[in-house]
Design a protein around this ligand. Sequence first.
Ligand SMILES: Nc1ncnc2c1ncn2[C@@H]1O[C@H](COP(=O)(O)OP(=O)(O)OP(=O)(O)O)[C@@H](O)[C@H]1O
Ligand SMILES: [Mg+2]
Length: 240
Amino acid sequence: MSAPVTLLELKAVTKRYATANGANALPVLNGVTLTVTRGDSVAIIGPSGSGKSTLLQIVGTLDRATSGEVLLEGNNLAALDDQQVAAVRNQQIGFVFQAHYLLPQCSVWENVLVPTLAQSISEIRNPKPEPAADRARRLLKRVGLAERLHHRPGQLSGGERQRVAVVRALINQPQLLLADEPTGALDHASATALGQLLVELNREEGVTLIVVTHALELAERMGRVMELKDGRLVQNVKNQ
Ligand SMILES: Nc1ncnc2c1ncn2[C@@H]1O[C@H](COP(=O)(O)OP(=O)(O)OP(=O)(O)O)[C@@H](O)[C@H]1O
Ligand SMILES: [Mg+2]
């Protein structure tokens, strides 16, 4: 076994949202520190409004921290220009949200290949080891959707739609999969199955996983459970 390699590091990350009148609101994040090793699986729990989605959006480059550092493979995200940030977001990070955000007019096959359409010259020059179409076919089969390639999202169950969203998130072979309440809109059986699938894909595909969830059952399947409390991340006491 090789030594664990740090994939993601958060150092004293804070976030304040400015109020409408320009004054600084109370901090949502107040010094979040976290180290995530390649291949890790981490759950983030905490009450509604504690800043879980805010934190995930900062890690996912959808938002910027007010202060502190977010390092992905040692690169400080704040130091990247917009084009570099867009490349990181497209190539290194996959997202799964509570709502699937699939394109209703496109088939399952088309939906999972959408992220492969935006490729930079360097990605075209350095193609990934597994071609996108092969990967799409393999992963859709893996999540049990081999017979659904030409269905549209409206012709799928809720659990099936979320599985398409997971394949779409993995299609560009990201290092990091971020999931915000991925089972929040599913019934119990589908939620359990999706949680199990995420755990298995973390292992099989070697993708590092950070899952925000209210579902303790899902959280406890992750390697580590962290809790957002008063703007800081702490190890969940029940899982020490
Ligand atoms: N764009 C924004 N502008 C101003 N305030 C915001 C914005 N987004 C979030 N907030 C505030 O930041 C706090 C944290 O919100 P966030 O969505 O991160 O919480 P959460 O932990 O994900 O909650 P939930 O479990 O309900 O999804 C909330 O008080 C929210 O009102
Ligand atoms: Mg949220």
